[in-house]
Design a protein around this ligand. Sequence first.
Ligand SMILES: *[C@@H]1O[C@H](CO)[C@@H](O)[C@H](O)[C@H]1NC(C)=O
Ligand SMILES: *[C@@H]1O[C@H](CO)[C@@H](O)[C@H](O)[C@H]1NC(C)=O
Ligand SMILES: *[C@@H]1O[C@H](CO)[C@@H](O)[C@H](O)[C@H]1NC(C)=O
Ligand SMILES: *[C@@H]1O[C@H](CO)[C@@H](O)[C@H](O)[C@H]1NC(C)=O
Ligand SMILES: *[C@@H]1O[C@H](CO)[C@@H](O)[C@H](O)[C@H]1NC(C)=O
Length: 742
Amino acid sequence: MFQTLQQMLVLILLLVTTTVHGSNAHERKAYIVYMGELPEAETSVMDDHHNLLLTAIGDQKVARESKIYSYKKSFNGFAARLLPHEVKRISDEEGVVSVFPNTLLKLHTTRSWDFLGMRKTFRGGNRKVESDIIVGLLDTGIWVGAPSFSDKGYGPVPAKWKGKCVTGGNFTGCNRKVIGARYSNLENQDPGTVNLSPADDDGHGTHTSSTLAGVHVRGASLYGIAKGTARGGVPSARIAMYKVCWTMGCSDMDLLAGFDDAIADGVDLISVSIGGPSRNLFEDPIAIGAFHAMKKGILTSCSAGNDGPYTSTVQNIAPWIMTVAASGIDRQFRTVATLGSGKRFFGIAINTFSPKRKMYPLTSGTLAANSSGDTFGNASACDYGTISMDKVKGNIVFCMGNSGQDYTIKELGGAGAIMALDERTDIAFTTLVPGTFVLPIDGIRIEHYINSTKNPQAVIEKTKTYNISAPFVASFSSRGPPSIALNILKPDIAAPGLDILAAYSRLATITGDPTDKRHALFNIISGTSMACPHAAAAAAYVKSFHPDWSPAAIKSAIMTTATPMKIKEVEAELGSGSGQINPIKAAHPGLVYDISISSYIRFLCKQGYNGTSIGLIAGGHKKYDCSKFQPAQGTDGLNYPNLHTQLKKNSSRILATFHRTVTNVGHDKSVYKVKVTSPRSLSIRVFPETLKFNSLHQKMSFKVVVKGGLKRNETQIISALLEWKDFKHSVKSHILIYRPLE
Ligand SMILES: *[C@@H]1O[C@H](CO)[C@@H](O)[C@H](O)[C@H]1NC(C)=O
Ligand SMILES: *[C@@H]1O[C@H](CO)[C@@H](O)[C@H](O)[C@H]1NC(C)=O
Ligand SMILES: *[C@@H]1O[C@H](CO)[C@@H](O)[C@H](O)[C@H]1NC(C)=O
Ligand SMILES: *[C@@H]1O[C@H](CO)[C@@H](O)[C@H](O)[C@H]1NC(C)=O
Ligand SMILES: *[C@@H]1O[C@H](CO)[C@@H](O)[C@H](O)[C@H]1NC(C)=O
């Protein structure tokens, strides 16, 4: 009866609206309709999706054609091409959590493990368990031929694995190390590609995968630079790649397909070095995917973004995600430019070229200017089109700029480029020609030498490594505080992400430039993209000791055992969260701050998400009445390892209360005493001050009250440290109070 009535309505709609749709077909845009958890009953999710589209669109054929993809393995939803009024209609339908436009997200582009104390000889206590761990990455694909993915000595694929290996293009198959590979390219992001396959034609996915779980490879280097043994954090673990990024970027639709597959395939952990601007948690594919992963016991590690050093730039801030900032290690790549006068200038760059001559003639962009005078741009900066080939050819050129000058000099047949930075940098870029980046003050000195010397000369040496003090937060690493879920401190943790040597794809050049001819088995690149798999590996390492721990418990272990980072700027924990990961300590944290699904749900209620949507996301319930549900307590409403609050712009007083529960995972009988380190402007009281545990897995609760006054007309960042200490453990929670300037 209902069926026929609905069909009648549909028929009427169809008659009214067909013409409109016909003419607007080209205006249809891709949207994602997110519907929460899969229904428990044996209903056809595909039929539901079609019926929803039919209700909104009216026409059977148009409805069918508008659908792009159904998510139905790990959560419920679909992607479709819709018109604005159809979006409105679908949003109003029962069973729909959110409808949001498909957007493109960006990639957040070996010694690092030694630096973290995981020595080559170090064997995890649980290699057997580790080899059963399957890490899933959503990335640009993988090049299985890299020595880092050799499966020599690996046993059969773990029995729990339900994934697939999709071949085609340049992708010839998996092995016992890389056990799964799929791709999603729902809107053909890469027209004309020969490589519709999980093959990595970018290099990024090969790099992140090998950082996470690559095997030991001796004598790894980039053209002899950074020579040593390369390896991932959990070298015995297995890898599954979900290629979701193409030339144009990584679309929401493809990311969701990657999560849908990865969760169902049986990965133990997901690493996503991708992001975009913060959105409502249930209009954000990474937050949605990570939520459903978390429900299945899978932790998702994500990069914090590369928009630093500015505050409020952190991405991937959902509380069930581990948000990773990038730190620098104690190694810096320096490239020296020596002038004919003998003066040496230390630049920061990766120059793989060895000079063939003792000296080369040196000129400057200003002197090499194209005299025709009708060109746009700035010759002193060697901007494209401003300098003449006859004055550049065979010369090293000094340029007062640093955005792609090496490309211009290469095209004009120059022998090298000395480029001046705008400001001090910590990141070493690989140059296309012999080149280096010097400080602006050194740039003026070099130009002065050129102007005042008859036959100016220079040579650019091959890059050498230098020891510097570390760790520090990389300049580009995105900073907190988060712009949504305001009382959860993000990023959570920092891990090495600056100048990281790891495996690379044979299908990509080392700079990604098509004119570059250099391919290498290893490459050195930077980004929170590189930090994310380091932290993911730490999580896999902890899981190898505690396979039954929840994602929140694993994350807590990593956060509370991290090494707090000294940061010179005022930004403190806004840059590094709890500090630098310490995987070995994280395996034995003493206490953990666990978070169950029901407390995440209370948190979502407190954040103002409506009960109907929460019911759909949580599954099982038809509706969720937040008012009847025991409300989340305290300032943040979540049992988070760090304590954070953002105050209103004009507030002058701090008053925050945090309720916390810790679970004993150390020794059965243990006594922890609290220690608070705080500036005088804060009063921090903890009730009770001692926790006495009688057994393992016992839970105990405490309350933290933070009070204080604030100065006027100033951005306020006040940080403190709360530690629970027994004879062996120190369980650290950072307290951060933030008030923005007017
Ligand atoms: C990738 O595939 C293309 C097209 O089949 C082929 O020309 C090319 O040689 C392949 N590259 C590698 C490195 O295998
Ligand atoms: C050219 O670049 C130099 C150095 O960066 C700068 O001082 C100058 O103002 C620029 N000139 C123009 C016309 O933009
Ligand atoms: C100078 O610039 C003009 C316009 O871009 C170009 O046509 C010409 O070839 C350039 N001259 C030299 C010597 O590079
Ligand atoms: C070098 O000479 C150029 C052109 O005469 C001039 O624009 C520039 O300011 C000089 N730079 C220095 C550091 O002397
Ligand atoms: C760098 O120096 C520190 C402190 O002197 C030392 O502990 C570390 O091993 C050095 N690293 C390298 C690569 O030499």
